[in-house]
Unconditional design. Sequence first.
Length: 165
Amino acid sequence: MGSTIKIALLVLISCSLSFCASKQDNQMKFPQEIVAAYYQKTNSVEGQVPNGIDFYIEFNIPLQEGIILDKVYFKNQEAKLEKEDKYTFKAHFNQFPASYDLVLDSDPLKEYGNKAHSITQPKFELQSTEAVLEYSKNDKTFFYKIKAIKERPMIPNPSGIKPKK
């Protein structure tokens, strides 16, 4: 009788632990055809320094109801996707992190407020021409790897506004 209770308890614990973590579903096929996935480097308003990358995903028909594009992981960064029009979604990646002032002094007490750089590991191991699309379908999260992403020519000034002199 004691071994039966131990076996039943072991089965109960193993079943409960197997459902604890939410599983990431990596899909081999996206539920809708992606016509193009590409990126473009963008310049700052002054047009001197590239300040980021715009990542685009284009569809030939509007996105199906119930599918929500959340994030894209590209070049060891992640960004939220925003709807440009009913066929195109865009994410912006900052090429250079926001700068902050460092205090450098011979007196270490004056350097006390400096923040250390944080190094984070990327969520996915990707090649330079690959990205991972995170999307939701019927309140369940899925991941889809996009391959062979092409770079298009740089946008000199994406806002179209010429700087005042």
